[in-house]
Design a protein. Sequence first.
Length: 256
Amino acid sequence: MDSENRRSFTSFVREAPAPRRAVIETDPQAVEIDLARTALLVVDMQNDFLHDEGWFAASGIDPAPVRRAIGPVKALTTAARSGGVPVFWVNWGVRPDAANLPAFALERARDNGNRPTYGDPAISGKGRTLVADDWGAANIDELPVEQGDVLVHKHRLSGFWDNELDSILRRRQITTLVFAGINTDRCVFATLSDATYLGYDVVLALDACATTSPQYVADAIPFLVRLLYGAVAGNPAIARAFTSDIDKKPQTGESE
């Protein structure tokens, strides 16, 4: 078909990106990934969980254990961007009326009336609790959403329920997901688990995860990931893989 006639058609052809092979030294064994089809998913690095005036802190939960993930997450996102790997931020961000949250979730978050639940005015006066586009749902200042990054809000422990995350990833032909963020045993693990059920390959960036749960709970997650879901790796190994072909990387594109 000549170029003149081609203009009469809408093309449904989706060009496959050229493979960019890289190896991550993981436990129990190294895995090969395609950087052209890989994304870094960072879960819940937001004010209501990490800031001293956020929902956790106002509820009596010490954010210090999860704040330890800030530095490693920053290093990993820097490496991802340098290597042309897209960064996805997956944050709690509910409707202002919390209309699509089940009663159990609202009551559990309320902790028997001891703290605000989703959508309630924040104790600090900084907007509403975990509401999309309010202060509590925004990234902490140390980890801004940068040009080319993608921010997706969630309203379940898993980032794949009733939102656009899966659609965006598939539109970009992403097949491998590297996970970082908080809490390791809650939203990170729930999102990672659902990712595998949806057909994605997964790597847990253990150095860039943290939780307020007891250590024995945190220890169970890498064990389960190695056993049943995917691979576990440290920041240095992932960063090396992300930047292994840095001279050949493509641009990550505009932000969503």
